[in-house]
Design a protein around this ligand. Structure first.
Ligand code: SF4
Length: 408
């Protein structure tokens, strides 16, 4: 006696090298079969036949040994039914077609191209008078948002910034404002005035050593309370510099982000958080070339981490064709160059910008960082978790490894 088997349309499944994952995008439940050829072959047939197929008696007994049919029901993955009870195979469909390029075509619709932009980072300048972080030669901004200090002082052209803001004014996005030291930028007040009444979520970034005097504090007070002021703290920690922020960190809309390279710095940051009662805080592990073990402990994911994250079918479909770490994000540097990530060469210059063309090219180019994801890179393309797994980020690019995980 044969059976019809159907997988529900909200299930994501992936099979590689006889390993198979079934993931329920509604409940977050999952089943993983390892080194199981019959289930892998069945998953391939289900994929080819739009989530439904017939299984014959000899296969049924093999699958039963793995408790397959019960697991299917228990996790609301699908169901099977004796073939003789139905005239034809149950009709099955997919909510989102993972196979074709329809989703990408919708991103390329000319009319809505600018709506692909999700985040813009403007480096207002590239200098500061503070010595602590300006002397750093380690490129922290290659890993996360962090001030850049160069020998040759530059400031971004305000007219260009305003014209970009005009293009995205109806499309609320994240706007990051960072320097050098933005308080030293001649454009600072103009930018603040421009952004104080916009629809965007605006974040201003400061290094904690950059709050020099009362003039700076007055400048800070002109920023709308609706925005977030991010204070970046790295180590070694200079207490006297941080104390200048003492009154400010008690206000709403302040977030303190700690740059940590080892466990000792995490402990020190935790002490600072407790002492100054910092509610909104975040940690950025920094890869310094020698702290691989620290990264293994604090950044690498394991199978449980991956399966614990709940993702919708739409999120998974977009992760298959794009990279959420970079998609829709642009960085405008103080010298006018435009980047998707500082780990790649610039993709254009603010003085010759055609925003729609730039967006279209990033969508069109298969190898653009907006699109390259774990389904196409080694070794992740052969892993059943490649769509569920956190996307490639600047950490992978800096470390030269796509698989920041402990999954075997
Ligand atoms: S990093 Fe790559 S190999 Fe590791 S679990 Fe994620 S997709 Fe798989």
């Amino acid at each position: 006696m044969s059976k019809f088997i159907t997988i529900f349309p909200f299930i994501h499944f992936n099979t590689k090298n006889n390993n198979t994952l079934f993931y329920n995008t509604l409940s977050g439940n999952s089943i993983v079969f390892r080194e199981d050829e019959p289930i892998s072959l069945l998953a391939k047939r289900l994929e080819e036949n739009n989530f439904a197929c017939t299984i014959e008696e000899d296969q049924i007994s093999i699958l039963e040994k793995n408790n397959f049919f019960n697991l299917l029901l228990e996790n609301n993955i699908g169901y099977s039914i004796d073939a003789e009870k139905l005239q034809s195979m149950p009709f099955a469909t997919q909510c989102i077609d993972f196979k074709d390029n329809r989703l990408m075509s919708s991103f390329k619709n000319h009319e809505y191209l600018v709506e692909n932009i999700r985040e813009i980072t403007f480096y207002l300048n590239n200098f500061t008078t503070a010595t602590s972080h300006s002397k750093r030669r380690k490129p922290l901004h290659h890993q996360f948002i962090f001030p850049i200090c160069e020998e040759e002082a530059k400031e971004i052209n305000l007219i260009n910034v305003k014209s970009i803001l005009k293009e995205v004014e109806d499309n609320p996005i994240i706007i990051n404002i960072v320097g050098g030291n933005i308080l030293k930028s001649s454009n600072f007040q103009d930018i603040v005035n421009e952004l104080n009444n916009c629809l965007h979520n605006v974040f201003y970034y400061f290094h904690y050593s950059d709050l020099m005097n009362s003039d700076n504090i007055n400048l800070l007070s002109t920023i709308s309370e609706k925005t977030i002021k991010v204070i970046l703290v790295d180590f070694p920690f200079v207490r006297s510099e941080f104390l200048k922020w003492d009154e400010i960190i008690k206000q709403d809309g302040i977030r303190v982000e700690f740059i940590v390279e080892n466990e000792e710095q995490i402990s020190e940051a935790e002490q600072i958080i407790s002492e100054f009662a910092i509610n909104d805080n975040m940690f950025h592990p920094y890869y310094n070339g020698t702290n691989f073990e620290f990264f293994k402990e604090n950044v690498f994911v394991n199978e449980k981490d991956i399966l614990d994250v709940k993702e919708s079918l739409f999120e998974l479909a977009t992760k298959k064709i794009s990279n959420p770490s970079f998609f829709g994000k642009l960085i405008f540097n103080a010298d006018g160059n435009i980047y998707t990530s500082f780990n790649f060469p610039p993709i254009g210059n603010i003085n010759k910008l055609n925003l729609k063309n730039m967006i279209f090219n990033l969508l069109e180019e298969e190898n653009s960082v907006w699109r390259v994801n774990k389904t196409v890179v080694e070794p992740c393309k052969n892993c059943i978790f490649n769509i569920l797994c956190p996307p490639i980020s600047n950490y992978e690019l800096v470390m030269g490894l796509n698989n920041l995980c402990t999954v075997k």
